[in-house]
Design a protein around this ligand. Structure first.
Ligand code: PMP
Length: 403
């Protein structure tokens, strides 16, 4: 008989999460063996958290602000977040509608666990950041993946509005919208977001909005936040966080915004899972929002230059169709022509490039189902030299495979 400790919920085995991690771990292993590795895999800014934010964290520690805080976060931080959203997006969020969480992942988890029941359906435009799907899976929710539309290298990706509309059933509770978008670097137009909102109103369903990349928008493109809809309280579960904008991935701070009547209850769930968000980090987060944004603006300008270099170099690789992404910090080339020509699937190709050419990148299949099978994801959270040399090597790898 199996010992009961082996009798864990096997849904966990089916969860994705290892894939992206496994490719990145492979890079670390190669580096340990002494190889020069070029990493275009990782999804976090390479620049450190700005000093004034770190100082605020240290000050809080020195003042011994090290105990449990209120479960939905300290009042000053909830105020700062509401003020940030309202100033920036013209919304009317109240501090009592903000719940601070351990990372944006915490906010996504809290939102999905609070609203979904086994047998419900969630619509996920795909490729997609895996958390929406994987958390839904463990709750026992049916996931409907709807492929994003590829409009070609000049126009990039669009939300599949009609297909989303057709996928809705009486069991559909949530549509997940991440904008700017990981992994495609897509930025969805205000018109497309209006259409999603229209669908939500028509069918009386919710939109899980993830705007963690809201500051990573390039070419002065227009970004519309879904918290700016007047009726957001009826349809929006809004998530965002500190990881990307302020380069605070390790601080683990994010937030969920939801109407007051609900925000009052969700801490009962949060208190039983994590108790409260990190105490001293919350003080640092206030400084992040209210302090000097100069380093953030500089970082975003730098990222735009890196994106340009990465896109221009990738366009030299045979078989790659490359859209100049407008948001987040990823480029997502379509490589179908190449894969067809060399009769290889994307995972095999990515493994080949990592093993033989020591460049880390991710297959589109890591996001998280099938729609990414003709794509790879490269991150430009790295220096110019890594981008330059990394893509040179990718080009060599590709040339070695073409007969
Ligand atoms: N949403 C998206 C789209 C992401 O790309 C990430 C991080 N890669 C997260 C959420 C989670 O971020 P956090 O570190 O705040 O949990």
């Amino acid at each position: 008989m199996k010992p009961p400790t082996l009798n864990y919920n096997t849904v966990i085995e089916e969860m994705l999460g290892e894939k992206a991690f496994a490719f990145i771990a492979k890079g670390r292993e190669l580096a340990r063996k002494g190889y020069k590795v070029y990493s275009l895999g990782i999804g976090q800014p390479d620049l450190p958290t700005p000093d004034h934010i770190i100082e605020a964290g240290i000050k809080a520690l020195k003042e011994k602000f090290t105990r449990y805080t209120e479960t939905p976060g300290i009042p000053e931080l909830r105020e700062a977040i509401a003020e940030y959203l309202n100033t920036r997006y013209g919304s009317d969020v109240k501090p009592s509608e903000v719940i601070v969480t351990p990372g944006t992942k915490g906010a996504i988890f809290l939102a999905l666990l609070s609203y979904l029941r086994p047998g419900d359906e969630i619509i996920i435009p795909e490729p997609s950041y895996p958390a929406y799907s994987e958390i839904s899976k463990i709750i026992g929710v049916r996931r409907k993946f709807i492929p994003l539309k590829w409009l070609g290298p000049d126009k990039g990706f669009a939300l599949p509005i009609e297909e989303i509309r057709e996928a809705i059933t009486s069991k559909t509770k949530i549509i997940a919208v991440n904008n700017p978008h990981n992994p495609t670097g897509g930025l969805f137009s205000p018109k497309q977001l209006d259409e999603i909102m229209e669908i939500a109103r028509e069918h009386n369903i919710m939109v899980l909005v993830d705007e963690i990349y809201d500051n990573f928008v390039y070419d002065n493109a227009e970004f519309k936040s879904m918290i700016s809809y007047e009726d957001w309280r009826d349809h929006i579960l809004y998530t965002n966080g500190f990881s990307k904008t302020f380069s605070m991935t390790g601080w683990r701070l994010g937030y969920l915004v939801v109407r007051e009547e609900v925000a009052r209850h969700l801490p009962k769930l949060a208190v039983n899972i994590w108790g409260c968000p990190v105490s001293f980090g919350q003080k640092a987060a206030i400084e992040a929002i209210r302090g000097d944004w100069t380093p953030i603006r500089e970082m975003i300008k730098l990222f735009q230059k890196r994106r340009d270099l990465l896109v221009n170099k990738l366009r030299e690789v045979p078989g790659f169709e490359v859209w100049r992404s407008q948001g987040a910090f990823y480029v997502f080339p379509r490589i179908k022509k190449l894969l067809d020509e060399i009769s290889m699937d994307v995972d095999t190709l990515v493994n080949y490039i990592i093993d033989k050419y020591h460049v880390i990148l991710l297959p589109g299949t890591a996001f998280p189902d099938k729609a990414g099978k003709d794509y790879i994801r490269l991150s430009f959270c790295t220096n110019f030299e890594t981008i330059e040399k990394g893509v040179e090597r990718i080009k060599e790898a590709v040339k070695s495979l073409i007969k």
